[in-house]
Design a protein around this ligand. Structure first.
Ligand code: 26V
Length: 809
């Protein structure tokens, strides 16, 4: 293939001519990007086709990962790294006067996800392919990904993210593989030869057209498929009766309503809102996905009785939980199977991951909406529910309360988590503490009923994106020290520990961090017009904006530092740059208000000469995957400060440790496992434990006024929020003030304030001993291997999916 740069250059120039009709002189940057993209697709096409053929011929057991979200970010750079051709392309381009990084930066992020859950799905895709697992993704090709965030006058403003404006070079439309998904209508029942038969009639047909994206494994021949479905109107639906009557506008209206299904990603990951369109999206995804799986399966003309032997289907949270009744529908209505057999196949095929304990995020659909949109599916869910309640009755005879609590349909709602648990053979949480809380509290009843279904799979991140690609300088140093084995077996990073006392390696690690900080400072300068000191501590909190993630606690601490410095400008503290990146859901007013608060604090602080540049606050707009890749390598401190028990796992925490940042964190989610891995000397933890938090919730005993009245620092800061101290309209932050005092501080911000300040002081002390600090960074990097999604995927493969790496023999 590209054996040397000469070969590459020739291939590239040919491609440019053949698909853009241009020579290099005439080519625009976009021409270059598109031609190069096509060339990469050509390069991988043979392996892609071969992988598909192998899976088909060897009849390997395959897993399909169903997810409403795949937060892929950019693909070009990762493809080049995984194909092992990044260097040769870079050199070839250099000869042609082209800068590869600039080409890569023309790619829009595929922002088909909100946050952790969507990014996890993307990391899993990379690990599946890199470990040679037959595993594919199934999702929706949203026309508009997560919104583009602008900060205007300190406020978040949302713009549509039209990522498909230019051609998407990574996808292949497969119109021949389209399937039909049916909404609404009626179900007519008929008894045929003593058997009940169901006819779905007068439904609205929607054409689901797949777009396939290759998922290229690292240094192997595996190319898996991420299949994203697009909603379209079937050509022959254009001639439905009203059209012939000339009702042209209605036809266009109809077309629009069909296409709306894959139009946009819902930009909320904390509040379930029962919108019909969202339910339509969910059914569209699972119906299209399942039909295509069954069709492929049947090509081998095997009996569907063995489906579960060849196919594993995983549902990422409850969003694709309709896969359960949809698989039942296909097996019963289309394949003529009996209920019991269909149920046993379904429950041996489907497995489910829970990603949150926040009650307000749990999906439940009003029965009337559900029934009229999905009449046949509703009948099936109803049947599942009745049979399940029968089982409950046998075990808990007379305990109506418990039966109502566990039912799928109750109080006029269909509860998707209950459906997911009942219809799958495995239920997992995403970090030890999260799984324990599910078993002990949130899903206690279900754990009691199905103890064997519950298990933990601690999340992970792909080190190939978050270290190898995002931080090439650090990767090179690691390779120089311990070789390249860790790229395939990330737990091998532990060998780097040998260098923890090697002062020359520590010095180089320090230098790499400093250079990464310089790069980050340039981004800050460009975007925020602020100069920051690269010898300051870069203290970073980047994640979705949520009350429970407590960006507010961080803000309170910044205000506290500010007040201390104003009081004593000579205070001996290491200068700090506090960096934030976060999108708030457009309808989450409280979260948007916190963004305004942070920006107001930034405005107040950044220009105050009295601080002698010891404090800067930066809010980077439009946080997304590609920005995360630029930020994380330059971090000194990783802020993971959620209210204990609330953050199921967190994955940003893992990205930071892998890049040699020190965590300041609560005992929540995977922070606890990071603590176990690195030891208490290499992480700074603080605050209430999950037990304490849950005890306060259940038994009371917390009064935020008491803290306000006894801690002058807090009192001062809160009064500054509601006086004219900050540059913002009068009363702008009253709601925040009230949430802390008049609403009793649901997330224990005030309660954890003093411990947080102490923890921040420990950070300051630790950083003053630079050699010691760098040693902590090294220890974090060395222990980060177990947080690679390779470890996670191996566990899913062995303990849930029962799939094996594919070997061609
Ligand atoms: C919920 C909802 C609610 C209805 C509207 C649309 C929507 C979209 C996404 C979600 C999922 C929220 C759950 C979630 O993202 N959980 C995060 O999952 C990460 C991966 O497991 C984990 O690291 C984070 O701690 C957890 O918050």
């Amino acid at each position: 293939m590209f054996t040397n740069k000469q070969v590459f250059k020739e291939a590239f120039l040919n491609k440019l001519a053949s698909i853009r009709g241009k020579t290099l002189q005439e080519a625009s940057p976009m021409d270059i990007y598109l031609a190069f993209g096509k060339l990469i697709m050509d390069y991988t096409s043979k392996n892609w086709a071969q992988t598909n053929l192998d899976y088909k011929e060897k009849e390997a057991r395959q897993v399909y990962y169903f997810s409403m979200e795949f937060l892929l970010g950019r693909l070009m750079g990762q493809y080049l790294v995984n194909l092992g051709i990044r260097e040769v392309c870079q050199e070839g381009f250099k000869d042609l006067g082209i800068n590869l990084e600039e080409v890569e930066s023309l790619e829009p992020d595929a922002g088909l996800g909100n946050g952790g859950l969507g990014r996890l799905a993307a990391c899993f895709m990379d690990s599946l392919a890199s470990l040679n697992y037959p595993g594919h993704g199934c999702g929706i090709r949203f026309k508009y990904g997560h919104f583009e965030q602008k900060i205007i006058n300190g406020y978040q403003v949302e713009l549509p993210e039209n990522w498909l404006r230019e051609e998407n070079v990574w996808e292949i439309r497969r119109a021949d593989k389209a399937v039909e998904v049916r909404f609404g209508g009626n179900v007519r029942m008929e008894v045929v030869e003593g058997k009940m038969v169901f006819h779905h009639e007068d439904y609205e047909p929607v054409l689901a057209v797949p777009y396939d994206v290759p998922i290229i494994g690292y240094d192997n021949k595996t190319v898996n498929t991420l299949r994203l479905w697009n909603a379209e109107i079937a050509d022959n639906d254009f001639d439905f009766p009203s059209f012939t009557h000339g009702d042209y506008l209605r036809v266009i209206e109809y077309k629009r309503s069909v296409e709306a299904i894959s139009q946009l990603l819902y930009p909320d990951d904390s509040h379930h809102e029962g919108r019909v369109l969202r339910l339509k999206q969910e059914y569209f995804l699972v119906s299209a996905g399942l039909q295509s799986i069954i069709r492929t399966y049947k090509k081998k003309s095997r009996s569907l009785a063995y489906l579960h032997k060849k196919v594993a289907i995983h549902i990422n949270d409850t969003h694709p939980a309709l896969a359960i009744p949809e698989l039942m529908r296909i097996l019963i209505d289309e394949e003529g199977m009996g209920w019991n057999e269909a149920w046993s196949i379904t429950t041996e095929t489907i497995s489910y991951t829970n990603h949150t304990i926040l009650a307000e995020a749990l999906e439940k659909w009003p029965v009337d909406i559900f029934k009229s949109l999905l009449p046949r599916i509703y009948m099936i869910v109803n049947e599942i529910n009745e049979r399940f309640c029968g089982q409950l009755w046998n075990k808990y005879t007379g305990d109506w309360q418990k039966i109502r609590e566990m039912a799928i349909i109750a109080d006029g709602y269909v509860k998707m988590a209950h459906l997911a648990i009942i219809g799958s053979y495995s239920v997992n949480g995403v970090a030890k503490i999260h799984t324990d809380i599910l078993k002990k509290y949130e899903l206690k009843n279900f754990y009691e009923f199905y103890p064997y279904k519950f298990n933990n799979k601690t999340n992970g991140i792909t080190h190939r994106r978050w270290l190898l690609k995002a931080n090439p300088a650090l990767s090179d140093l690691i390779i120089e020290c311990i070789g390249t084995q860790w790229i395939k077996e990330p737990e091998g990073l532990i060998d780097f520990l040998k260098y923890r006392s090697d002062s020359s390696i520590l010095a180089r690690l320090e230098e790499i961090k400093r250079n990464n900080k310089i790069k980050l400072a340039e981004i800050i300068k460009q975007n925020n017009l602020v100069n920051v000191d690269c010898d300051a501590i870069f203290d970073i909190q980047i994640k979705r904006l949520h009350a429970y993630k407590r960006q507010l606690l961080n803000a309170l601490h910044i205000m506290h530092l500010y007040n201390r410095l104003i009081e004593n400008p000579d205070l001996d503290i290491v200068p700090r740059v506090f960096i934030f990146g976060a999108k708030a859901s457009p309808s989450y007013h409280y979260a948007k208000n916190i963004i305004k608060l942070i920006n107001s604090i930034a405005l107040k602080i950044n220009d105050d000469k009295r601080l002698k540049d010891k404090l800067k606050v930066i809010f980077l707009e439009n946080y997304r995957v590609s920005l995360a890749e630029a930020i994380i390598p330059g971090a000194d401190v990783s802020e993971q400060i959620s209210t204990a028990s609330k953050e199921a796992s967190g994955t940003g925490n893992m990205k930071f440790m892998m890049n040699g940042a020190v965590t300041i964190g609560t005992l929540d989610g995977a922070n606890i496992e990071i603590l176990d891995a690195v030891g208490s000397e290499n992480i700074v933890t603080f605050g209430l434990t999950d037990r304490e938090v849950l005890t306060f919730y259940h038994h009371g005993g917390y009064n935020s006024w008491e803290i306000y009245n006894s801690d002058e620092r807090i009192k001062n800061i809160l009064e500054q929020f509601v006086s004219d101290f900050l540059p913002a309209p009068q009363g702008e932050f009253t709601t925040i003030y009230n949430s802390l005092l008049h609403n009793n501080d649901e997330f224990f911000v005030l309660k954890d304030f003093a411990p947080y300040v102490d923890a921040q002081n420990r950070i300051d002390k630790l950083y003053k001993n630079k050699q010691k600090w760098t040693q902590m960074c090294l220890v974090n990097i060395a222990h980060s291997g177990r947080f690679s999604s390779d470890r996670t995927i191996n566990e899913y493969a062995r303990e849930i999916w029962n799939i094996k790496p594919f070997t061609s023999k």
